[in-house]
Write a protein that binds this ligand. Sequence first.
Ligand SMILES: O=C(O)CCCC[C@@H]1SC[C@@H]2NC(=O)N[C@@H]21
Length: 297
Amino acid sequence: MELMEGILPLVTQPLGFSSEQLDLQTYSRSLQSRSLGQIVLFAEVTPTTMDLLDGMMLQLPQEMGLIAIAGRQTQGKGRGGNAWLSPLGSALFTLHVRVPVQSPLGQRIPFLQHLVALAVVEAVRTLPGYQDIDLRVKWPNDIYYSALMKLGGVLVTSTLMGNTFHALVGCGFNVSNSNPTVCINDLIVQYNKENGSALKALSTAQLIGRSVTVLERLIDAFQEKGAPGVLPLYYKRWVHSGTRVRLWSEQGPQACIVGLDDCGFLQVESEEQGIVSVQPDGNSFDMLRNLIVTKQR
Ligand SMILES: O=C(O)CCCC[C@@H]1SC[C@@H]2NC(=O)N[C@@H]21
């Protein structure tokens, strides 16, 4: 296997034609980062990428960012202890991200999950011709087709060591498998039909590389300008603008979603409560019923 400049595959399988292989050349071309995702650990099949970097991530110098990518997962992890279905055609990865505690993002680490979901959406929508493919973000960290269907999600765990958060950013989204819901390439086919265009199908390697690149830029913007450096784009892409919801139960107070607060929590405004923040760990948002409910533990 040829090594791409700046990309060091730690574990790869022999190149073949199975769709479980990672196209390293495409990944390398699509990755334009300074450090994130530069060292690739690839597994065709693994229980979960969330455990693959354990022990390894602290061994490497700062400028060498690790990423674990899988073709399939047999025990994919979702948020809240849920299982994450990880069939072929999904982009499945865990990225190591270092965030200094004494930095704008380090002071607001829950924001990282929002930046990751936004990065995936932008990875597609900043491709020339693909700007109207209706991928969106849903709070706290889902990737949606329009406001209709989830096609990806983000799971972030972080450990504080010394002055640095070591975040493991897990992300999965469906690129080319029409099951179980909808995939990005189906949206492209549909868009081509409706608009008489001929946009090409995208690959998992390309979209992982682009997502990591965009994420690094979003993190840079946040570190430079704080939340105002990323929120206009986040609001442009999110599904919630002006959404009216009920808090806590279907009989609860009516509220309107107004944005994210300084820490990345959802802010809702109601007559009874004024503006309150809703934390992702304690609440979930049932979009079909426009309901923010406290999760059962
Ligand atoms: O529940 C969610 O919405 C988050 C799902 C995150 C899934 C990704 S797939 C790659 C990484 N490995 C895992 O086991 N989970 C994350």
